[in-house]
Design a protein around this ligand. Sequence first.
Ligand SMILES: *[C@@H]1O[C@H](CO)[C@@H](O)[C@H](O)[C@H]1NC(C)=O
Ligand SMILES: *[C@@H]1O[C@H](CO)[C@@H](O)[C@H](O)[C@H]1NC(C)=O
Ligand SMILES: *[C@@H]1O[C@H](CO)[C@@H](O)[C@H](O)[C@H]1NC(C)=O
Ligand SMILES: *[C@@H]1O[C@H](CO)[C@@H](O)[C@H](O)[C@H]1NC(C)=O
Ligand SMILES: *[C@@H]1O[C@H](CO)[C@@H](O)[C@H](O)[C@H]1NC(C)=O
Ligand SMILES: *[C@@H]1O[C@H](CO)[C@@H](O)[C@H](O)[C@H]1NC(C)=O
Ligand SMILES: *[C@@H]1O[C@H](CO)[C@@H](O)[C@H](O)[C@H]1NC(C)=O
Ligand SMILES: *[C@@H]1O[C@H](CO)[C@@H](O)[C@H](O)[C@H]1NC(C)=O
Ligand SMILES: *[C@@H]1O[C@H](CO)[C@@H](O)[C@H](O)[C@H]1NC(C)=O
Ligand SMILES: *[C@@H]1O[C@H](CO)[C@@H](O)[C@H](O)[C@H]1NC(C)=O
Ligand SMILES: [Cu+2]
Length: 524
Amino acid sequence: MMWLIMKVFLLQILVFQLFGGDIRCQASIRRHTFVLLFCRHGVNMPRYPWTDGPEYITQCPIQPGSKFSQKIILSSEEGTLWWHAHSDWTRATVHGAIIVYPKNGTKYPFHKPNAEFLIILGQWWKSDVNVVRDDVLASGADVNASNSLLINGQPGDLLPCSKSGTFKITVDHGNTYLLRIINAALHEPLFFSIAKHKMTVVGTDGSYTKPLTQDYITIFPGQTFDVLLEANQRPDHYYMAAITYSEAPTGLNIYDNTTTTAIVQYRGYYTPSSPPFLPHLPAYNDTNATLQVMANLRSLVDAEHPCNVPLSTSTNLFYTVSLNSYPCINDSCSGVNGTRSASSINNISFHTPTIDILEAYYYNISGVYGDKFPSVPPQVFDFTGDYLPLLYQLPSTGTEVRVLEYNSTVEIVFQGTNLVGGTTHPIHLHGHSFYVVGWGLGNFDENKDPLRYNLVDPPHQNTIYVPRNGWATIRFKASNPGVWFMHCHIERHQSWGMETAFIVKNGKHPEAQMLPPPSDMPPC
Ligand SMILES: *[C@@H]1O[C@H](CO)[C@@H](O)[C@H](O)[C@H]1NC(C)=O
Ligand SMILES: *[C@@H]1O[C@H](CO)[C@@H](O)[C@H](O)[C@H]1NC(C)=O
Ligand SMILES: *[C@@H]1O[C@H](CO)[C@@H](O)[C@H](O)[C@H]1NC(C)=O
Ligand SMILES: *[C@@H]1O[C@H](CO)[C@@H](O)[C@H](O)[C@H]1NC(C)=O
Ligand SMILES: *[C@@H]1O[C@H](CO)[C@@H](O)[C@H](O)[C@H]1NC(C)=O
Ligand SMILES: *[C@@H]1O[C@H](CO)[C@@H](O)[C@H](O)[C@H]1NC(C)=O
Ligand SMILES: *[C@@H]1O[C@H](CO)[C@@H](O)[C@H](O)[C@H]1NC(C)=O
Ligand SMILES: *[C@@H]1O[C@H](CO)[C@@H](O)[C@H](O)[C@H]1NC(C)=O
Ligand SMILES: *[C@@H]1O[C@H](CO)[C@@H](O)[C@H](O)[C@H]1NC(C)=O
Ligand SMILES: *[C@@H]1O[C@H](CO)[C@@H](O)[C@H](O)[C@H]1NC(C)=O
Ligand SMILES: [Cu+2]
């Protein structure tokens, strides 16, 4: 295991102390009985799912006033990752970055930046976000648009409430800066750009990439991007800005249409332009702009960063990701056409158990989950067709997981469907980073599409964006024994059931087996 230097940046609320790699967290109490869990988003936690975080998947919630020591185990991750609460919608504010610097004696695989800045993109409601959640789940409606997008906790000075608090970075002409950008918004994919400057993407999701120079990036909830910014323009003030990308059909797209900004300010004596220059961003519904970033990401691949994409696979899964609806059985149905909103993977809307799956697995507690998650959807139809039978919108409900043999090589094709209008889904897998070997629009073609897979330098990610009415294929080796959650990182989709888990079995060698649990697991 390489030596890594880790900095944990904290945003709000929590009482944290760092004890040599352990993060001890104290549950804090606001409204409700408020329980916190922490997920080290993108940290693979080899053989140690015990402190991976998601409630009722790998642990029971940390109750108010109680403590749980959460160990973070870093292995091959490098660059920018993050952590966030994994209980109800508290991750809206309970989140922070994890930065992994190059091992001592090694360098960045790019020109060493003069300085670095952390940029956490977020989303803010005037109301308590868990009230927003409770309303959404009680009414069956889609979520109200948030009141603002945020950069490092501030809307920016285009909105009335944060003029003096607007985030600002000061740069020197001629220098290069590393921006570590995280999309911590609950629901919104975002376009991000800096006026008159290009950005060079050098990493994503804790893995380095080949340099990719861009006017803007599209960053989905859960993803991180490391980008280089060269301060090579006339000394002045420039806005960096983010807006929502929303491609749902008109009438179904509720999104936050604000523009959040921060300022890049050159050092020196000059009269700044007023207001600062605003970047040109793609239109809110410019799907092509999102695909363009996806199409050009490549993993770095060099002696120190080999590409280990499985060239053949032993387990082939085809998972449909769908929006759904339940018919109205009471007067509380404000979803599309008077239904209740839902979502599913392979037509199963996940029902969260009350004992976590990891402990049920480890201690042989029966009746908590089923291990029959299907490898294909129950029926094949024109997934992306325009006129789908309304009967297809109803999902089944269950707590099913998929068991994987240790070191099996897994391929998953995620197929977006057009049920209830369809939308994009950033699917996040815990415990394993994966290679994104291909993607496309329309229905996946099992004869043609695999011929175009990139098995040379596919990007290595932990959150993959499945385009609306399109598909994406990932591959990974199930080399991490444990229970690992997989879910859409659009929070409401997850709350509606777009989630499942994998159980990766122990291997024969003791080093291929799960470590024992810590003594302070929160009780269920
Ligand atoms: C690595 O380098 C940093 C900064 O120079 C130093 O603080 C740290 O002790 C070093 N770690 C090891 C394991 O040598
Ligand atoms: C959501 O919007 C509806 C309609 O505008 C409003 O009645 C409701 O109070 C809002 N809910 C929250 C939690 O802001
Ligand atoms: C943003 O959306 C709000 C409704 O949520 C609407 O009133 C406003 O006109 C929209 N603004 C723009 C610039 O489209
Ligand atoms: C994007 O939205 C605008 C109106 O807001 C519409 O005119 C345009 O056709 C849309 N573009 C796409 C690609 O859907
Ligand atoms: C998106 O790209 C496709 C294929 O390159 C093109 O046919 C289509 O017109 C583009 N759409 C927009 C809105 O630019
Ligand atoms: C309506 O039914 C749903 C689903 O069973 C439930 O969550 C909701 O609380 C119910 N609402 C009312 C007002 O009974
Ligand atoms: C659970 O069952 C397996 C297989 O039957 C057994 O090897 C293991 O010891 C059991 N674990 C516990 C905690 O009972
Ligand atoms: C999903 O399952 C439900 C319940 O069995 C069924 O009514 C529905 O048609 C299924 N939908 C699809 C797309 O398979
Ligand atoms: C399992 O896969 C890992 C990662 O590729 C490898 O290091 C290890 O040797 C494999 N173990 C076995 C028993 O095949
Ligand atoms: C809403 O209902 C109408 C009429 O039955 C149907 O044509 C339309 O497809 C439905 N919309 C969705 C998103 O299901
Ligand atoms: Cu989703």
